[in-house]
Design a protein around this ligand. Structure first.
Ligand code: FRU
Length: 533
């Protein structure tokens, strides 16, 4: 199909989806974070930038707002903020009545050299590599047999920019079972992350043996035949299961030295004080077959995010090495199916551009949220106080979707920060601040509206942050049901969902046990991205 015809097809489908979409103003509906129009979502899958379009696939239940019938949903964007819903890419086989195979998490690549042979008429195939979760015992068209709940790695390809997909039935699953020594792990073998490794001219896949806390590394010439070449782990945090691993390069301190980052989800076993899912990273070297952790990176666990609602993060393929964008499921398996939203459940985190900097002698992941200044619509306000007195200070800025940057210095106070999404009497409020005594950034969601649907939800979450030249900087992104905080230059992040009342629109500063000096606030209300361009 000629490329203009494909583009036109994508555009028509997008228009149909946009026209049929709701207006995205239901209670708690995120205004600038991605959510499916309806139904359940979990992990981001197959993130890829291809032909100037960002593709976001995700774990999706076409049949309800709790986990089930796992399929790949699909959305596209040209700027990572405005998303257009696309038809379900891979729908659970046999849905709805007789599901025999579900499509679990995985990745997508553009096979520009047509190594797979799936490309026709010069069309570059997009290939999805995902976990097949088989629900019943069966012999597949490929002749391979599987047991109930067995997991293997399969591929599918698209020749129309990710809109329609063909599963590779004559070969799937292309990684049928784990290596013989792990034969007893066939039910816990999943989430392939695939990328092209140019120095060795090979495809590389990282697959998790979730219960053993091991990542298996495979290589391939054609995405169909895979060779197991090494393994990594366990290291650092080994709570629960290791899920959704990925491996990608980043330059250290912006220069030539290239490091590799293994990003790994854990469920449960997230950061201390959080109830369930979490995401860690390990910095090291990768030579095309083996990932080796740097000794400094295994002295203590490195958390990508210290909050409770940042899981299954993966990065976009198809981008330059200096433009690495991470995206997570902004929810937690502990209470994910109980959050009080309808008709959808779960949002994606804000996309975050990653870099790697040496901070306190350690190679540290630095995250910068991608939220274009244009979303402020010239409404940004900058304010400066020589001293903010003890207690709370009301701000003029109201609203439930804000992008605020706050800088301040220690003085007499023990804590300083911003109260967001407060009711007029402050009975509901979410505190985002810094504790000078403990040196920690925090989000307090104990009074953030509806907190009663799970025992662990009402809590305070902390991240360590060293002030720079005595000054604390924090950027706070508030949406209708979430708060994300980036401390310093982005070397720590904290993400938490909140479910406040509709009238919780007030914003205050707070200073505890004394005044705080040198306070600067830059804040803008963020407009809805749904229905706007
Ligand atoms: C992580 C996860 C993955 C799996 C998917 C199923 O959230 O459990 O390991 O592929 O969800 O939906």
């Amino acid at each position: 199909m000629a490329s203009y015809v494909r583009r036109a097809l994508v555009l028509c489908l997008s228009i149909v989806q946009v026209v049929s979409a709701q207006d995205y103003t239901e209670p708690y509906r995120p205004q600038y974070h991605f959510t499916p129009a309806s139904n359940w979502m979990n992990d981001p899958n197959g993130l890829i930038y291809h032909n100037e379009i960002y593709h976001f696939f995700y774990q999706y239940n076409p049949g309800g707002s709790k986990w089930g019938a796992m399929s790949w949903g699909h959305a596209t964007s040209t700027d990572l903020i405005h998303w257009e819903h696309q038809p379900v890419a891979l729908q659970a086989r046999g849905f709805p009545g007789n599901i025999t195979e579900m499509y679990y998490s995985g990745s997508a690549v553009a096979d520009v050299n047509n190594t797979s042979g799936f490309g026709t008429d010069g069309q570059i195939p997009i290939i999805a590599i995902y976990t097949s979760h088989y629900t019943v015992e069966q012999t597949l068209p490929s002749g391979k047999s599987v047991q109930p709940s067995q997991q293997g790695q399969s591929i599918a390809y698209s020749l129309d920019e990710g809109i329609t997909w063909t599963t590779y039935d004559v070969g799937n699953p292309v990684i049928h079972e784990p290596p013989a020594e792990y034969a007893d792990q066939i039910l816990e073998f999943r989430d392939p992350a695939v990328f092209w490794h140019a120095p060795s001219s090979k495809w590389v896949a990282v697959v998790s043996l979730t219960k053993l806390h091991k990542l298996l590394i495979y290589t391939s010439d054609n995405l169909k035949e895979w060779e197991h070449v090494s393994e990594f782990g366990p290291v650092n945090a080994v709570g629960g299961m290791w899920e959704c691993p990925s491996l990608f390069p980043l330059p250290l301190d912006g220069d030539e030295e290239e490091k590799w980052i293994a990003q790994i989800g854990l469920n449960p076993g997230g950061p201390p004080g959080t109830p369930g899912s979490g995401t860690q990273y390990v910095v090291g070297q990768f030579d095309g077959t083996t990932f080796t952790a740097d000794p400094e990176s295994v002295e203590q666990t490195n958390w990508v995010d210290y909050g409770p609602d940042f899981y299954a993060a993966i990065t976009f393929g198809g981008m330059p090495v200096t433009d690495r964008v991470n995206l997570a499921w902004m929810n937690n398996w502990k209470y994910g199916e109980m959050i009080p939203t309808e008709p959808w459940r779960s949002a994606a985190s804000i996309p975050r551009r990653l870099s790697l900097s040496t901070i306190n002698d350690r190679a540290t992941l630095v995250q910068e949220p991608i939220l274009q200044e244009g979303k402020c619509w010239n409404k940004r306000r900058n304010k400066h106080w020589d001293s903010v007195p003890a207690g709370t200070t009301a701000l003029n800025s109201t609203g439930k979707a804000l992008d605020a940057t706050l800088t301040f210095s220690k003085s007499e106070s023990t804590e300083f920060g911003i109260i967001v999404q407060a009711t007029s009497d402050l009975s509901e409020q979410t505190r985002v601040g810094y504790n000078f005594t403990t040196g920690q950034l925090f989000i307090d969601r104990t009074k953030s509206g509806d907190v009663g649907f799970d025992d662990s939800f009402a809590a305070v979450y902390y991240a360590p942050l060293t002030p720079k030249d005595g000054v604390v900087t924090m950027r706070v992104l508030v949406d209708w049901s979430s708060v994300e905080v980036f401390g310093g230059a982005g070397e720590v992040a904290l993400t938490a969902q909140i479910f406040p009342s509709d009238d919780a629109v007030y914003t205050h500063l707070f200073s505890t046990d004394g005044s705080t000096s040198g306070v600067k606030l830059s804040v803008c209300p963020v407009e809805s991205v749904w229905g706007t361009k």
